[in-house]
Design a protein around this ligand. Structure first.
Ligand code: SF4
Length: 430
C-alpha cells in the first residue's frame, strides 16, 4: 500500500466538460478500476502514454478520483473553476499496439444508457505536462509501429497495385480496408511488406459480445463492415503469391476483423494453400481463428498452413461461453484445436483477449497454466479486449477469485511455464 504522502505523486485525474474538452483536475488524482473495483494505482502501473494513443470521454459518466489528502475515492460530478461550475465526464485512453492495459478507467457508469463502441478503454491521468496511462509494453515490433504507416506512401502504392495487378472483388475490398478503415495489414499488401490479410468468410459460428464485424441492433456499431462475398480461389491465390514472393518478411493471414470465422470456409482456404505452396515455399501462411472446428484445423495443417492464432477471452469454459456464445461447438473443441495444431507442427498461438479484474484472477491464472501445459502452445498474444467495460462485467460470471494485477498475471504464468512466450504480434516463421 502506498504511503499517504505518495498520493500526491499520482497523476491528476482527467475529466471532460459537456463539450468533450479534456482537462486535468486541479486537485483529485487519477484512479483506475480492476473489474468494477476501484484500485489505487502504483507508480509501476503507469507509463507515458505513447503519442499514437487516443483519448475518449465517456458521456454521462462522472470520473472517480482519489482525494490525495485522505486517500479516499470520490465520484467527481462537477468542478468549480473560478466562478464557473462545470459538469465532469470521465476520460479514457486507447493505447498503441503492443501495450497491455493494467487498469480500466474509474468512472460512475450508473447513468449510462448506451453501449460504448468497441475500444480497449484504459485509465489515464496527467502529470508534469504528460499523459500517463495504466499499462505496460509487452512487445515492440517496428512492423506494427503507427509511425511506419504513412498514407503519403500508401496512395501511390494502391494506384500502382491496381495498375499492375489484376483487379477483383477482394482487391477492391482490401483497398477500402487500407484507405478508409486504415487497417495496417491491408496497407501492408499495397506497400509490399510484412503481414497482409486474406479475408474469405461471411459467416461465423459464434456471437461474440465484442464482435468487430457484426453487432446486433441493440448493441453499438461494429468497427468493420463484414465481407459480403466469397472470394474466388483464383483471386486468393493470386494475391497471396504476389505478396509471399515479393514482400519483405511476408506473412499472409486468413481470419481478419472484417470477416466471420474462416474455418467456415476451410475448403477454400485448404485448396488455396495447396495451390500457393505448389508455386512458392516463401513466407508464412497464418490463420487467425476461433479454433471451433478441430477437424477443419487438421485439413488446413495437412494442406500446408504454417501458423495458427486461436482467440479466447478466458480458459475458463463458463467465461468463454458467456462471451463467445458459440453455436454448435463447445470450449473443449477450441482446446482440441490448440493441442492438435501443436501436434501437427504448426506454430501455435493463443490470442488472449484480456480484461483487468478478470484475466488476472488467481483462478483464471491457474486455469491458463493448466491449458498451456496440456496443449504445449508456443506463444500468447496479450490483447486488450475491446468492449464496453460495463457490458462485459455484466455478462461475465461473478467470481470471488482475487485479482493480482495484469503484470503479475504474466509473471506468474511465465514462472510456471518458462517455455511460453508473450507478445502482441504474429510471427513470420519461414
Ligand atoms: S469469432 Fe470473430 S467473427 Fe465470430 S463472432 Fe467472434 S469476433 Fe465475430
Amino acid at each position: 500500500m502506498m504511503s499517504h504522502m505518495n498520493f500526491k505523486e499520482l497523476p491528476y485525474m482527467l475529466y471532460a466538460d459537456p463539450d468533450g474538452r479534456i482537462y486535468d483536475h486541479p486537485y483529485y488524482r487519477m484512479a483506475g478500476f480492476s473489474g468494477s473495483s476501484v484500485a489505487v494505482l502504483q507508480n509501476e502501473d503507469l507509463m507515458l502514454m505513447p503519442e499514437f494513443s487516443k483519448l475518449f470521454y465517456i458521456p454521462d459518466c462522472p470520473p472517480i478520483g482519489l482525494d490525495p489528502s485522505t486517500g479516499e475515492h470520490k465520484v467527481v460530478s462537477r468542478v468549480r473553476l473560478g466562478h464557473k461550475t462545470t459538469r465532469c465526464q470521465a476520460v479514457a485512453a486507447f493505447l498503441e499496439p503492443g501495450i497491455v492495459r493494467s487498469h480500466l478507467p474509474a468512472a460512475d457508469f450508473g447513468a449510462k444508457s448506451y453501449t460504448l463502441p468497441m475500444w480497449g478503454y484504459t485509465a489515464v491521468g496527467f502529470r508534469d505536462d504528460h499523459y500517463l496511462a495504466a499499462g505496460f509494453r509487452v512487445e515492440y515490433n517496428h512492423r506494427w509501429d503507427p509511425r511506419n504507416y504513412d498514407d503519403h506512401e500508401l496512395v501511390p502504392a494502391v494506384r500502382l497495385f491496381k495498375k499492375t495487378q489484376a483487379r477483383g472483388a477482394l482487391v477492391n475490398h482490401l483497398v477500402n480496408c487500407a484507405v478508409n478503415n486504415h487497417c495496417f495489414a491491408a496497407k501492408n499488401l499495397f506497400l509490399k511488406r510484412w503481414e497482409a490479410p486474406l479475408p474469405v468468410s461471411r459467416v461465423c459460428n459464434a456471437e461474440c459480445l465484442g464482435c468487430l464485424s457484426l453487432q446486433p441492433d441493440y448493441g453499438c456499431e461494429s468497427s468493420h463492415q463484414r465481407i459480403s462475398f466469397r472470394p474466388s480461389q483464383e483471386e486468393v491465390v493470386r494475391i497471396a503469391l504476389n505478396h509471399l514472393n515479393h514482400a519483405e518478411d511476408a506473412i499472409v493471414s486468413f481470419g481478419q476483423g472484417c470477416e466471420g470465422e474462416p474455418l467456415t470456409e476451410y475448403r477454400l482456404i485448404a485448396d488455396s494453400i495447396r495451390e500457393i505452396r505448389r508455386k512458392t515455399a516463401k513466407g508464412t501462411i497464418n490463420l487467425n481463428t476461433n479454433g471451433s472446428l478441430p477437424k477443419c484445423v487438421r485439413e488446413l495443417a495437412k494442406a500446408g498452413l504454417d501458423s495458427i492464432r486461436i482467440s479466447l477471452n478466458s480458459p475458463r469454459p463458463v467465461y468463454y461461453q458467456s462471451y463467445y456464445r458459440p453455436k454448435n461447438y463447445v470450449f473443449e473443441d477450441v482446446v482440441a484445436s490448440i493441442a492438435l495444431s501443436r501436434e501437427m507442427g504448426l506454430y501455435t498461438m493463443i490470442n488472449y483477449l484480456v480484461f483487468p479484474g478478470i484475466s488476472d484472477q488467481e483462478a483464471e491464472i491457474e486455469t491458463m497454466i493448466a491449458l498451456i501445459r496440456k496443449t504445449g502452445v508456443h506463444f500468447i498474444h496479450l490483447k486488450n479486449l475491446n468492449i464496453d467495460p460495463q457490458l462485459y462485467l455484466e455478462r461475465m460470471p461473478k467470481a470471488d477469485s482475487k485479482a493480482v494485477g495484469m503484470k503479475r498475471m504474466m509473471g506468474l504464468i511465465q514462472k510456471e511455464c518458462p517455455e511460453i512466450e508473450f507478445g502482441y504480434f504474429n510471427r513470420s516463421i519461414r
